[in-house]
Design a protein around this ligand. Sequence first.
Ligand SMILES: [Zn+2]
Length: 214
Amino acid sequence: MNLLIMGGPGAGKGTMSEKILEKYEILHISTGDIFRAEMAQQTELGLLAKSYIDKGLLVPDDVTNPMVKSFLEKSDHSKGYLLDGYPRTLDQALAFQELVAGTDLEIDKVLFMDIPFEVLAQRVTGRRICKECKAIYHITNHPSKVDGVCDVCGGQLIQRKDDTVESLNVRVSEYQKLTQPVLDYYAKFGKVKKINADQSIDDVWADVQKALED
Ligand SMILES: [Zn+2]
């Protein structure tokens, strides 16, 4: 089972990824991990990637795409894999499909964690974090016992600078601009499974399992 999981900031992608990996024991792939592994092993592509990163440049697609494929090929993907954060543009999706076409590395399903902006805004703007121990609270969904004070260590609870509607709006728009064409592309092949992420974690997880097993 080869999966791609997609979802904007705050859609709960991380939580579902953990559960999927635990239950289905598939290989977890993020481009960050791949870059680090290939650079550590000093592979040709790894060294090429490093030359860009050392100059503070983005690694171009013609290095990233073959690197993902090569990493998948040499890793144990017998039970499948979960791609996270790649492909994140239509160009990457097309190039990756061309590289893996006809092999056991083709993407089978795309899980799209869907959540309305208003719900996301409520989640993000209500978030509070402890200045000292970094424990996370939410003013309505998971409040501290004493307003503004951490239950764990008594530290002060603060709102992160990025946890505002304006900042969220920028992040969500940027994400959608890049990823909507990717979703549209996989939808043409009937691979997209839309998950309602505006539910309890247990309900989202139940829907994810249903989508993966049908
Ligand atoms: Zn604390």
